[in-house]
Design a protein around this ligand. Sequence first.
Ligand SMILES: [Fe+2]
Ligand SMILES: [Fe+2]
Length: 155
Amino acid sequence: MMAVHPRVLAFLGRALSLELSAVQQYVTHSALADRWGDRESSGRFRHEAVEEMQHAERLVQRMLSFGVAPAASQLRPVTTAGDLVGLLRQNAALESSLVEHYTEAVRFCLLISDRDNTDFFRQLHQEEFQHGVELEAWLSQLSTLQWPAEERATF
Ligand SMILES: [Fe+2]
Ligand SMILES: [Fe+2]
């Protein structure tokens, strides 16, 4: 079993709570989109939920490798909205909390010269950052689609 700084364990624990919160949020948004008859968005949210679940899995494996049992207890309440753009904005906020968390984790691991955990958190940071980029692209695609309709409405 590897020795690990207690704060690294705390970063892992908080990360697990955030990732499980993301699973809960994306599963809920997928179900909401499905209720609205928007199957495509529902499928995309479902895919996100699976990716977040895989992140949770990686964190659990890492905790076990340090001999620690996962004990995430506080999930963030799901934030919803009345339309797709609103949901995407909520998700962008959630993804940026993940990015922030992993930024801090990487910074700390660098500070204590824990190279292995630096790499571990950096990889997750990159993937969450990418989720944010994809969400922004989705949002801007939606606003381009809506623009001509709004333009016509002004006549
Ligand atoms: Fe994630
Ligand atoms: Fe994510």
